[in-house]
Design a protein around this ligand. Sequence first.
Ligand SMILES: Cc1ncc(COP(=O)(O)O)c(C=O)c1O
Length: 138
Amino acid sequence: MGVVARTQGLIDAVTKQIETLHHVSNLYYIPNQGDLAAWLVQNSPADRAFFCNSGAEANEAAIKLARKHAKVKLGLEEPVIITALDSFHGRTMATITATGQPKYQKDFGPLLPCFEYVPYNDPEALKVGQDRKPQRRL
Ligand SMILES: Cc1ncc(COP(=O)(O)O)c(C=O)c1O
């Protein structure tokens, strides 16, 4: 979750940008985004940057990357993602599935398969889950 203070610098930057270009599909190259991606790659261990607009999209991408890695690199057909009970990961279908709170999932089923939940701060529960189907855990 991000909270940004409303400073004059932010207002000036947003005003300048909206006078130039408001929104562009990610089908097109965006010079400012390219510059930021280059900066991120130069100043972090990452070799690529991924941009999105919400926490849910970031988690959705993480879920997709984990599943793709499990299938393509590890050869697993049904990899399981374990998340924490009482966690919150967003409001898309994949992220409400990952969210370990039934109140966010109610009335939206069927949810995605291959998610399991363990309590926070309970390494034994995580270990039991891992031991049950060791070849499928992410
Ligand atoms: C841990 C966590 N993941 C994901 C989200 C979802 O973020 P967004 O509302 O930007 O989709 C939140 C939002 O509070 C969050 O706290």
